[in-house]
Design a protein around this ligand. Structure first.
Ligand code: 5AD
Ligand code: SF4
Length: 445
């Protein structure tokens, strides 16, 4: 028997991309390929790319350097590039990297399978899946990393026009997946042993509005339908746009047992002037009122966010406003970014670009504030008990277990439990990102 041909998938970017990669792997497996331990051992190299900022572009370029060497060593190897960078660069990709065999945009994974064909036959060089051919990949085979956790795509694309963001132009207009299909997938996953779901969409809170009149619905209803599926213990979702976070979703979060007490609520800026220039369509006061409504409805809610510093025209006073909102909300976690101009976006054309030095200073200052607040909020958990979904062993100490609370905080603890188990942990220590503790049964014993 001929040895099995092997693939290696390298993934950049967000959870949507990570989920797409599960489908890419599943699809390749169904074509008879096996996963290689390293790119050097693979005949099919797939890169699922991101282009949200310059950094992922640069990381991808470094990977292409390695791919070129591998291809020289083995000219029969296939180099496939998918995802957002591929879509943004289109044909230029083949000029930049002539050794690339196939490229495909986000949401066009079935094309990858067609191009590669059964057992690597019939590769069409230069073929490219275009946005009009996008489809939900839910029907594709899937290779999940963890048996008990799953991502479920609820929509693709985005109708917002955030001035800094490349996503709408690479992922196209928003299309909601039909509720029946989503619930059927969730039911199937629960039967397979999944306990935690993360519903994925570029703007989950506008889900359902584009469906045919007979099907038209909203995200709160979807949360309730998923909550009703037996076996699902935890439901998360990402990302909601503050402009579309309406009462029915807040009520569903408050009332559904499985929906976790955690919201990732991208702020982007605390300055209403900058928010306007970003075309976020809310101002700082409206955002803060939403936070109040969420906290009133969901006691003990954890809040995360995304913040960009150095958007064109951002003054010291604007940045101070961001710090003020960060203090006022008291986030449990925050992803902080330096504004990165993306070709083809509105903001990239603006005159008043902020100097790099200023951007870096602001980022540093923001990170200090974010970390101080997160450390304080985590310290408040010391002495309490948290329900933890065990994910594996600690990355730094194999004797300890690692998992996450419903509020999405990572916990490293002494205990005895298998991945996928829900255990109670006594919290004994905290940093800005992690809680430390001991499993409750062990404390009692
Ligand atoms: N520069 C910096 N950060 C960006 N984001 C999106 N576009 C850019 C950009 N051009 C950030 C936003 C978004 C997160 C996924 O990435 O904060 O919420
Ligand atoms: Fe995800 Fe945006 Fe990166 Fe595409 S560009 S992978 S949507 S973060």
């Amino acid at each position: 028997m001929a040895p099995m041909r092997r693939y290696f998938v390298t993934t950049f970017g967000c959870q949507m991309n990570a989920h797409d990669s599960e489908r890419i792997k599943g699809t390749l497996e169904s074509l008879g390929f096996g996963e290689a331990a390293a790119p050097e051992d693979a005949e099919v190299l797939v890169f699922n790319t991101c282009t949200i900022r310059e950094k992922p572009d640069q990381r991808f370029a470094a990977h292409m350097g390695n791919a070129k060497v591998l291809k020289q060593r083995n000219p029969d190897a296939i180099v496939a590039v998918g995802g957002c960078y591929a879509e943004a660069q289109r044909e230029r990709l083949f000029e930049l990297y002539p050794f690339v065999d196939v490229a495909f945009g986000p949401g066009t994974i079935p094309h990858l399978a067609n191009w590669i064909g059964a057992n690597g036959e019939g590769i069409a060089r230069g073929a490219f899946g275009i946005a009009e051919e996008r489809s939900f990949s839910a029907e594709l085979p899937l290779q999940r990393e963890r048996r008990f956790q799953a991502w479920v795509q609820v929509s693709m694309g985005c109708n917002s026009k955030c001035a800094y963001c490349i996503v709408p132009s690479v992922r196209g207009r928003e299309v909601s997946r039909r509720p029946g299909e989503i619930v059927a997938e969730v039911t199937r996953l629960a039967e397979e042993g999944v306990r935690e779901l993360t519903l994925l969409g570029q703007n989950v809170n506008s889900w359902g509005r584009d469906l045919l009149p007979g099907l038209r619905t909203e995200f709160g209803e979807l949360l309730r339908a998923c909550d009703a599926v037996e076996g699902i213990e935890r439901i998360r979702f990402t990302s909601p746009h503050p402009k579309d976070f309406r009462e029915p979703v807040i009520a569903a979060m408050a009332e559904c047992r499985a929906v976790c007490e955690h919201v990732h609520l991208p702020l982007q800026s605390g300055s209403s002037r900058i928010l306007k220039a970003m075309r976020r369509t809310y101002d700082a006061d409206r955002y803060l009122r939403l936070v109040d409504r969420l906290r009133d409805a969901i006691p003990d809610l954890a809040l995360g966010t995304d913040i960009i510093v150095g958007f064109p025209g951002e003054t010291d006073a604007d940045f101070e406003e961001t710090l003020r909102v960060v203090e006022a909300v008291g986030y449990d976690s925050a992803f902080t970014f330096i504004y990165s101009p993306r070709r083809g976006t509105e903001a990239a054309e603006l005159e008043a670009q902020v100097p790099d030095e200023v951007k870096h200073e602001r980022l540093e200052q923001l990170v200090d504030v974010v970390q101080r607040i997160a450390a304080d909020r985590n310290a408040e958990r010391i002495g309490g008990v948290e329900e933890v979904l065990v994910e594996g062993t600690s990355r730094t100490d194999e004797a300890l277990l690692r998992g996450r609370t419903r509020r999405n905080t990572t916990v490293v603890f002494a205990g005895e439990a298998r991945p996928g188990a829900l255990v109670d942990v006594h919290v004994e220590g905290a940093t800005s990102t992690t809680l430390r503790g001991t499993q409750a049964a062990l404390v009692a014993a």
